[in-house]
Design a protein around this ligand. Structure first.
Ligand SMILES: NC(=O)c1ccc[n+]([C@@H]2O[C@H](COP(=O)([O-])OP(=O)(O)OC[C@H]3O[C@@H](n4cnc5c(N)ncnc54)[C@H](O)[C@@H]3O)[C@@H](O)[C@H]2O)c1
Length: 259
């Protein structure tokens, strides 16, 4: 039986050109939503839109840098102008890894989500309500462990890890604050906390010797997740099936945070 929970809804998804964002765009479109696929990598967003079209869904694309407050405001307005509405905002774009500085990681993963939640909540109130979903991480709930630090306990926190964990904890905080403030105005704000997922973001660490096995072992289910498993949670939180779910940081992590 096809699920049509999101019929007549319009969703804006950031980072829709890859990984979790692409899988979520496809999933929400398959449930009936029209999806604005926004990404810094506009070609990636166009590929996602083409895949949605192949399955008979409706979408549009736009180039978006979530670190620009004006660009985020424009993306919200463009979604309404092009797709005729706005009901769901998935602030999902993110970066991770040692290649990024503290400022870059905070700008994209924390400030970008703040812009999307701040301006997104106001836009949804104007339209009578809606749902915001933010992509946090297990790193928004716990510190991270690395295979290197288990081999050598004298290592410092890995480059990138400190900023990533700080940003993702911040995303959980933003989610809770906006859920409290905007719940009375019919805007639900929730976060998803994925475990390690098979996406381009994790390709580099997964390719390191023994890393995939090490990472799989951190999850009680003994494996990494697939982007479609995060997309399923995002579609749930976007839908009326989650009509009384507000302010949660939902781990979708194979049990990673259970221990
Ligand atoms: N993959 C994992 O294991 C994992 C685990 C927990 C949380 N997350 C989070 O999930 C989200 C999606 O990650 P993914 O694994 O799908 O990664 P990904 O690299 O496959 O996709 C991220 C997308 O975000 C886009 N992006 C980056 N900076 C941007 C910016 N400034 N403005 C707009 N778009 C931008 C990229 O172009 C890319 O298309 C991120 O927030 C990430 O931190 C991922």
């Amino acid at each position: 039986m096809a699920i049509d929970r999101l019929n007549d809804r319009v969703a804006l998804i950031t980072g829709a050109g890859s990984g979790i964002g692409r899988a979520s765009a496809l999933r929400m479109a398959s449930e009936g939503a029209a999806v604005m696929c926004a990404d810094l990598n506009v070609e990636g967003a166009q590929t996602t839109a083409a895949q949605i079209a192949e399955h008979g869904g409706r979408s549009a694309t736009m180039e978006l840098d979530v670190t620009s407050e004006d660009a985020v405001k424009d993306a919200l307005a463009q979604t309404v102008a092009v797709l005729g509405g706005l009901d769901v905002i998935f602030n999902n774009a993110g970066i991770g890894g040692a290649a990024y500085t503290w400022d870059q990681t905070i700008d994209v993963n924390l400030t970008g989500v703040y812009y999307g939640t701040y301006h997104g909540a106001a836009a949804l109130v104007e339209r009578g309500g809606g749902a915001i979903i933010n992509t946090a991480s297990i790193a928004g709930l716990n510190g991270l462990v690395s295979s290197a630090s288990t081999r050598d306990p004298n290592l410092p926190v890995e480059p990138g890890a400190g900023a990533y964990v700080a940003a993702k904890h911040g995303v959980v905080g933003i989610t809770r604050q906006f859920a409290v403030t905007y719940g009375p105005r019919n805007v639900r704000v929730n976060a998803i906390c994925p475990g390690y997922i098979h996406t381009p973001m994790t390709a580099g660490i997964r390719e390191m010797d023994g890393a995939e096995e090490f990472l799989a072992g951190l999850h009680p289910m003994g494996r990494l997740g697939q982007p479609e498993e995060i997309a399923a949670a995002a579609a749930f939180l976007a839908s009326d099936d989650a009509s009384f779910v507000n302010g949660v940081a939902l781990p979708v992590d194979g049990g990673y945070t259970a221990r």
